[in-house]
Design a protein around this ligand. Structure first.
Ligand SMILES: Nc1ncnc2c1ncn2[C@@H]1O[C@H](COP(=O)(O)OP(=O)(O)OP(=O)(O)O)[C@@H](O)[C@H]1O
Length: 337
């Protein structure tokens, strides 16, 4: 992971793992922003940091790219301590997307996207073709938008440019600090959806900060819940966090409607039973095997049916009943019983 590797490569470098080991930050005024956090972000996964305002999320992110130096602990990227690397060089290899994007107002969109490649000394032609490739990847037409200035785009479009710029030099790590919070809920939802598609293509290691539990559940392969003082309360995949909150504090944070959220991250397969028990298959609505229980519930509600047939490549493979959705084992309840 050095600058020459980036210079020599085009796109498609692999992602890197990130290790936080007993990471802590006390600001000079004595504020303990981050207590003691240890966690591992596997290469190519998207990890969400979530927690109440002031719990240290941005501080963790900014320690990863050395905008802030830790008071204790270590950060390893692919096993290499970031403290041993030149901060400027390190930052050129780590994409960073912030709320309100921070685009340069007097530069065109294409020039903004080419910022890091330019710093890395790529030639003009290569920078331009890379910028256009990235704009296309985030759903902006290079011919239409490439020559515009940031104020000539909508908030959602600017946000996409921010993501394109962060990906331009094909970083192995992407840090995102509330990347979608400055846009309205409908644009936000569309950006999240597009971002998931983008991530399926580029498979970067991403650490994303948000306040929004729905965003965390939708985007995260894993979620780290932090508390005041920068303490790690739980680190788990969304489904586990929702079904087995590690403490009352996490349960409260995750929210009372977590049963519904859990449906959105539980595969249809988990509540499926053999099809033999269901009558009149052909009249029942269907849901694809790749769907979630939330999809199954939506189909049941719109068709006013108590059962839904699960299909794989168009062939019925099982059925899910409405009661089965709410009989899903709740390990927390079992533990209490
Ligand atoms: N430069 C600083 N000096 C002193 N305290 C700071 C400094 N920067 C941040 N803090 C404090 O450190 C704590 C963590 O701040 P941080 O910005 O990391 O939290 P956050 O979880 O990202 O918050 P938010 O969700 O509101 O953005 C807060 O109490 C904040 O006031």
């Amino acid at each position: 992971m050095d600058a020459t590797a980036i210079k020599d490569s085009g796109a498609g470098r692999s992602a890197a793992s990130i290790t936080l080991a007993n990471l802590g930050k006390v600001y000079p005024d004595g504020t303990v922003a981050v207590g003691d956090i240890s966690l591992e972000v596997p290469a190519g996964e998207l990890v969400v940091l979530i927690g109440p305002s002031g719990c240290g999320k941005s501080t963790v992110l900014r320690m990863i790219n050395r905008l802030i130096e830790p008071s204790k602990g270590r950060i390893l990227i692919d096993g290499r301590d970031v403290a041993a690397q030149d901060p400027v060089e390190l930052r050129r290899q780590i994409g960073y997307v912030i709320q309100n994007v921070g685009l340069f107002p007097h530069q065109t969109i294409r020039t903004n996207v080419g910022t890091v490649p330019r710093l890395l000394g790529w030639d003009r032609k290569r920078i331009r073709s890379r910028a256009d490739e990235l704009l296309d990847l985030v759903g902006l037409d290079p011919a239409r938008h490439g020559g515009r200035y940031p104020h000539e785009l909508s908030g959602g479009q600017r946000q996409r440019v921010g993501v394109a710029r962060a990906l331009a030099a094909d970083p192995v790590v992407l840090l995102m600090d509330e990347p979608f919070s400055a846009v309205d809920p409908i644009v936000r939802s569309r950006l999240q959806e597009e971002f998931l598609r983008l991530q399926a293509t580029v498979r970067k290691t991403i650490v994303l900060v948000t306040h929004d539990i729905d965003e965390a559940v939708r985007l995260g392969d894993r979620i780290a819940v932090l508390a005041e003082g920068g303490l790690l309360l739980q680190y788990a995949p969304p489904a586990e966090l929702l079904s087995r909150p590690a403490s009352p504090a996490v349960r409260e944070f995750v929210g009372a409607d977590r049963g519904i959220r859990r449906l959105a991250v539980t595969p249809v397969r988990d509540a499926m039973r053999p099809i033999g028990h269901v009558e009149e298959i052909s009249r029942l609505p269907t849901v694809d095997l790749s769907g979630t229980l939330h999809d199954a519930l939506a189909v049941m509600l719109t068709s006013d049916s108590l059962n839904v047939i699960v299909v794989e490549d168009g062939t019925p493979v099982g059925a899910v009943s409405r009661s089965a959705l709410f009989d899903m084992p709740n390990e927390e309840a079992t533990a209490i019983a």
